[in-house]
Design a protein around this ligand. Structure first.
Ligand code: PRT
Ligand code: ZN
Length: 296
């Protein structure tokens, strides 16, 4: 697989919930991804990197074994891998902010629940046996973890186990199966991972380059450029209201003495409430603009 040793190899999910989001992140970071006929790899035309398109469960192994220098995978899959291995060999180098979900314990709505103690001696069906076992061990609860590779939500109805532990995003699957969430076991989002073992300096420089671009993409998604006008006496209050903005630019307005234009990059979400507060503090002509690219 490592045909060209000077190129980075990035493992991403071939098809599934993270595959398009992973590609979109790399595209936003400036990668032109060739859609070749080869189903296992995709070449990046303008960066020395190839994508390896694989099952998400294989991504931590590929990265830990050095087959790929980098991988994009759900934090849940990485955690399950780490807890199943005697030594963790992947490092998270960026949290990616997509693919968010929560691994939750759940049971039929009608089942009694008196807190975590109710799990004692019970069976729990899950696709994440190591994470669930770890959760139980930490709380010194003896229970039986039953591994299922899919359709975990059916376990109570099929009398495989009265409890399940499964990923939840909207909660619709739990609702549709008459289940209710009881406890959060693990919060997850997609992460960029690298092997613990060092790689050639030139490749590490490419990793750093990619990481800078990804940080830029992540920061840009939340960030907005705000422009507004304000009288001089309101500037202090208005600057304090701008979310995540450092040192706004203040420019005098032409032919309006005592009035200024304020320009700022806000690195946190800008909500309507913020705009209303800015206005209440004397701001006018408030514009909020998207930022296309940013490098700090
Ligand atoms: O084929 P491959 O092995 O690569 O894919 P897969 O089928 O194992 O994984 P896939 O594509 O389903 O999910 C990939 C990753 O997406 C997961 O490892 C998580 O990190 C992330 N993710 C985010 C989710 C969800 N949200 C999610 N809702 N993965 C699965 N689900 C499932 C969940 O298991 C349950 O069946 O969706 C259902 C619940 O969704 P709601 O919206 O009804 O609550
Ligand atoms: Zn999988």
């Amino acid at each position: 697989m490592l045909a060209d040793a000077s190129r980075l190899h990035i493992a991403i999910q071939k098809s599934g919930r993270l595959s398009e989001l992973s590609r979109a992140l790399l595209r936003d970071a400036g990668f032109r991804i060739q859609s070749g006929k080869n189903e296992l790899t995709a070449r990046v035309e303008n960066f020395p990197a190839d994508l390896m398109l694989v099952r998400d469960d294989d991504i931590p192994t590929f990265v830990a074994d050095g087959v790929c220098e980098l991988g994009i995978v759900g934090g849940n899959v990485l955690r399950e891998f780490e807890l199943g291995e005697s030594e963790a060999r992947c490092e998270i180098i960026a949290q990616l902010g997509f693919g968010r979900c929560t691994l939750k314990l759940a049971a039929p709505e009608t089942a009694p629940w008196k807190g975590i103690e109710s799990l004692k001696g019970a069976r729990i069906a899950t696709s994440y046996p190591h994470i669930v076992q770890h959760f139980l061990d930490e709380r010194q609860i003896a229970a039986t973890v039953v591994k299922m590779s899919g359709a975990v939500e059916l376990a109570p109805r099929l009398q495989i186990a009265p409890f399940i532990c499964d990923l939840v995003s909207t909660g619709a699957t739990l609702d549709a199966n008459g289940l209710r969430a009881l406890e959060t076991v693990f919060e997850s989002e997609a992460v960029l991972i690298q092997a613990g073992a060092p790689i050639a300096a030139a490749k590490q420089e490419q990793v750093a380059n990619l990481l800078r671009r990804i940080d830029g993409v992540t920061a840009t998604k939340e960030s907005k450029y705000i422009m507004l006008n304000a009288p001089g006496e309101a500037l202090a209050a208005i600057s304090a209201l701008l979310p995540g903005a450092e040192a706004p630019t203040i420019l005098p307005l032409h032919q309006r003495p005592g009035h200024f234009a304020v320009h700022a990059v806000c690195q946190e979400s800008v909500f309507w409430e913020t705009l209303q507060k800015l206005k209440a503090n004397g701001a006018s002509a408030i514009l909020v603009l998207p930022i296309e690219k940013m490098m700090m």
